[in-house]
Write a protein that binds this ligand. Structure first.
Ligand SMILES: C[S@@+](CC[C@H](N)C(=O)[O-])C[C@H]1O[C@@H](n2cnc3c(N)ncnc32)[C@H](O)[C@@H]1O
Ligand SMILES: [Zn+2]
Length: 354
């Protein structure tokens, strides 16, 4: 934690000034210690460079569980791909997926954002953060789950980055301080997306811009059961069931019965709901991240790992408040934003200004 963090946050309980109470330094920043509210005297822990403003149990914990175990498998710097880089800076195209410079998201951000203040919400393990820190801007990343503990030390100690563990809707951030908000694959997982959009509006400077995505559909009606599953139990289940699912799909595919093969997938939907494992091995995903990696590595163990991560990501979140383009446009308008730009086929991507 850098000391300049105090200019951006206040006590989530009473909105008063926060102060440092105890501090232990490492790499020129606060590594461990305590923060105290000057008024209500509530105390918050700083652990592994990160101030913690959440209760131990929160609705976002399934991600903490996930990222803690997936570690470094997804960042561009580990895969050698440009998937997240192109998400932020690339051009939108859902036809040229996998082509350098294009992305199914394609937010076309400027690469040099010198002097700008950026808020990143729900960074997970920092897949976008590692690119945002290279834009010459000042960044605050906020995630409420222990996912944040998967940030590598080198990323955490970037001189222009502060990271906190907090709920974005808790009122911890001071208003009117950011030029840009980056919120990738998070909105639908908050309890009320319209309220989240309203809260974020207050945080932007006048003329500031928000960029976010949302799922447009959610077809996991069984989530009320599966959201109780731990990462370990999903891992164990898939270890047995995924090879069976693959073999069945493959038998029908080889018998030239693609319809039945597809039916097997639909019937076994909670197991690898995006059909990542089958499609990747069968070469149907050659443009997507897993396809590109598998082509290079032929590593079935890594692919299995990605499928477990994907399954966990799809079937365990507490909230999946998806909405279509029209609905999200309405929410964005109602929250006060203008110049709303919405695009995307396989989901909703939005840029809007205050
Ligand atoms: C689907 S993950 C996306 C992570 C990352 N952006 C990515 O694309 O890999 C959603 C993330 O949002 C975080 N999150 C959900 N609700 C939040 C909230 N109210 N405040 C802060 N973070 C939140 C979760 O903890 C999780 O890390
Ligand atoms: Zn207080």
């Amino acid at each position: 934690m850098k000391i300049n963090l105090f200019s951006k946050i206040n006590c989530p309980e009473c909105k008063s000034k926060l102060e440092i109470k105890e501090e232990k330094m490492k790499n020129n920043e606060i590594f461990e210690g305590k923060i105290i509210c000057s008024k209500c005297k509530e105390e918050y822990e700083i652990r592994n460079y990160i101030p913690r403003f959440v209760k131990k149990e929160n609705y976002s914990e399934s991600w903490g569980d996930l990222w803690g175990k997936t570690g470094n498998t997804l960042r561009d710097s580990d895969t050698g791909d440009t998937f997240y880089y192109d998400t932020i800076f690339g051009k939108w195209s859902e036809e040229n997926v996998g082509k350098k410079g294009y992305s199914p998201f394609g937010f076309e951000w400027e690469k040099d954002l010198k002097g700008e203040k950026i808020l990143e919400i729900g960074p997970g393990l920092g897949v976008c953060t590692e690119h945002l820190v290279k834009t010459n801007s000042e960044i605050l990343s906020v995630d409420m789950s222990n996912a944040i503990d998967a940030f590598p030390e080198k990323l955490l100690t970037n001189r222009n980055l502060n990271v906190i563990q907090a709920d974005i809707n808790s009122g911890i951030l001071k208003e009117e301080q950011f030029d840009k908000i980056w919120m990738f694959q998070v909105l639908q997982h908050t309890p009320s997306p319209p309220d989240t959009l309203k809260n974020l509006y207050k945080l932007l400077n006048k003329g500031g811009e928000i960029s976010f995505t949302s799922y447009s559909v959610s077809h996991h009606p069984y989530r009320f059961i599966t959201k109780k599953l731990s990462f370990k139990s999903i891992y164990n289940l898939l270890e047995v069931l995924l090879p069976i699912k693959y073999r069945l799909q493959k038998i029908f595919k080889d018998m030239k019965m693609p319809g039945i093969s597809k039916l097997v997938h639909i019937m076994s939907h909670p197991i690898d709901p995006r059909n990542l494992y089958f499609d990747t091995i069968e070469g149907n995903r050659s443009d997507w991240l897993t396809g590109k990696l598998y082509k290079k590595t032929k590593d079935k163990k890594q692919l299995f790992w990605f499928s477990v991560v994907n399954t966990f990501d799809a079937i365990t979140p507490e909230y999946v408040n998806s909405a279509n383009h029209e609905q999200i446009k309405k929410w964005t308008e109602n929250a006060g934003y203008r110049e709303i730009n919405i695009w995307g086929k396989s989901g909703v991507r939005v840029k809007a200004k205050k």
